[in-house]
Design a protein around this ligand. Structure first.
Ligand code: SF4
Ligand code: SF4
Length: 168
C-alpha cells in the first residue's frame, strides 16, 4: 500500500547565493562537502520538484511522484513560503546537507543538481549556473510551475490518481 510522504524535500532556491563570491565553475572542481554555504545553495535550480508529495510503496519501496505540492509552496513561482522555517512548519521537509544527501538522493528528481553531483554526473545545460538564466528549469520544462495542485485542494484518498511519470 502506498503512503503519502513528503520525504525528502525540499529546498527550492530561496536564499540568495550572493555571499561570498562563488568560485568559477565550482561544481566541477569542489566536492560537495567542500563547498561554501553560498555555493551549496546556488546548486539548487529552484525547480521545486522535491516539494511535490511522493508515494512510497510499503512493500517494494518504490517511489512515485505526484503533481501535488507542499502546502507551503507557491505553485506559481516554485518558491517556498517560509524557507528559513520550512522544516519546523512542515513535517517531513528535510534539510538537505552534504551529510544527509546520500540518504535523500534516491528521493530527489533525476534532474536535481545535488543528486546529479552525488552520482558523479554534471549539471545540465539549462541549469542557472551553466546557462546564467534563473528561469532555465522552467523554460526547459523541467519544473511543474503553474501545473501543480496544492495539497490542501486534494483529498488524501485521491493522491494515487495524481501520480506523474518521468521525474526520478
Ligand atoms: S529538486 Fe533539487 S534542484 Fe530542484 S528545488 Fe529541490 S533541491 Fe533544488
Ligand atoms: S516547506 Fe514545503 S515548499 Fe518549503 S521547502 Fe519544504 S517541502 Fe518545499
Amino acid at each position: 500500500m502506498s503512503q503519502p510522504t513528503r520525504k525528502p524535500p525540499g529546498k527550492p532556491a530561496n536564499e540568495p547565493a550572493s555571499q561570498p563570491a562563488l568560485r568559477d565553475r565550482f561544481w566541477e572542481t569542489v566536492p560537495l562537502d567542500g563547498m561554501t554555504r553560498g555555493e551549496w545553495e546556488a546548486l539548487c535550480d529552484g525547480c521545486a520538484l522535491c516539494c511535490l508529495i511522493k508515494l512510497e510503496d510499503e512493500d517494494s519501496g518504490e517511489i512515485a511522484y505526484t503533481d501535488i505540492s507542499c502546502r507551503l509552496l507557491d505553485c506559481g513561482t516554485c518558491r517556498c513560503g517560509n524557507y528559513p522555517l520550512r522544516s519546523q512548519l512542515v513535517e517531513g521537509c528535510l534539510v538537505l546537507t552534504p551529510e544527509s544527501l546520500p540518504e535523500i538522493a534516491p528521493w530527489l528528481p533525476g534532474t536535481c543538481a545535488y543528486r546529479r553531483l552525488h552520482e558523479g554526473r554534471q549539471l545540465p545545460d539549462w541549469h542557472p549556473l551553466v546557462s546564467g538564466d534563473p528561469e532555465g528549469p522552467h523554460r526547459a520544462g523541467v519544473s511543474l510551475m503553474g501545473a501543480m495542485v496544492p495539497e490542501y485542494e486534494v483529498d488524501e484518498d485521491d493522491y494515487g490518481d495524481r501520480v506523474i511519470e518521468g521525474v526520478l
